[in-house]
Write a protein that binds this ligand. Structure first.
Ligand SMILES: C[S@@+](CC[C@H](N)C(=O)[O-])C[C@H]1O[C@@H](n2cnc3c(N)ncnc32)[C@H](O)[C@@H]1O
Length: 246
């Protein structure tokens, strides 16, 4: 079962942010042509792109996420499939793999399969944008035995969602093993739902990502550390790489 099937009902509550959306919209305007979003979740980025007039295909592994995405915008074409392997019958001017979907690929083989597949689905000269989170040294440090972190509280229209986590990073495999604990409260403050999930991601670095892109037939065009085009440096929380099909 795809990991995100079990998280799908919380996803829109957990990730309501849109600070990255204008960046992807302006790229879609600039590049023209249809857009494919790989690992599109519930359409947080695909839906506003389609609303603005782009023809968008959203590829997603989890049917539960897709079901929620379809409710956001009817014109997005949703494809259930594995972004490393799925074959679409179109090529695109812009491909987006944002907000850590790339980190869901847990080994180099899948990462390279994905980049090759993404390249095959780009028109000549098409652009791929990959964005991943950069973790701080504190987040990567070995946790003490029972270290539970309070990640956030989201105020909802009815109640609130709290997330706690205990994560362990293994520098040898680059895998971050996250244990996530959710508490959902109603507006009277009563606990409605409490549950735990395990989620694994594989972290990457600027140079590793650039090298993988070069190996997969891309020329890296720009690297940013934020959605206003800030340079990538040791304080950056995001790594955004734009690479053109060679
Ligand atoms: C952190 S979410 C990001 C979703 C979306 N990009 C966003 O910005 O909100 C990662 C998504 O990638 C999807 N995913 C993970 N591995 C995938 C794969 N091999 N093929 C397609 N989707 C995948 C997950 O199911 C999940 O919905």
């Amino acid at each position: 079962m795809p990991e995100y099937d079990l998280l799908a009902d919380l996803y829109n509550l957990e990730y309501a942010h849109d600070y990255d959306v204008p960046f992807w919209l302006s790229l879609a305007d600039r590049e023209g042509g249809p857009v494919v979003e790989w690992g599109a979740g519930t359409g947080r980025i695909s839906a506003p792109m389609a609303r603005r007039g782009s023809k968008v295909t959203a590829v997603e592994l989890s049917e539960e996420m897709i079901e929620r995405g379809k409710r956001k915008n009817e014109s997005v074409e949703w494809i259930a499939g594995d972004m490393c392997r799925v074959k679409l019958d179109k090529v695109y001017g812009l491909a987006v793999c944002a907000f850590n979907s790339f980190l869901c690929l847990l080994d180099l083989e899948d990462a390279l399969d994905f980049l090759n597949n993404a390249r095959e689905h780009l028109a000549p000269d098409g652009l791929l944008g990959v964005e991943v989170s950069v973790f701080s040294p504190e987040e990567l440090a070995e946790p003490s035995v029972s270290q539970l972190r309070h990640d956030f509280t989201r105020q909802l229209s009815e109640g609130k969602l709290d997330r706690f986590s205990a994560s362990r990073y293994d520098p040898a495999s680059q895998i971050m093993d996250m244990r996530l604990f959710y508490e959902l409260y109603d507006d009277g403050g009563s606990l409605k739902n409490r549950r735990a999930h395990e989620l694994k991601i594989r972290l990457t670095t600027r140079d590793e990502l650039e090298l993988m892109l070069r190996m997969s037939g891309f020329s890296v065009e720009s690297i940013y550390g934020g959605f206003d085009g800030e340079p990538f440096d040791s304080g950056s929380e995001h790594l955004i790489v734009l690479a053109r099909r060679r």
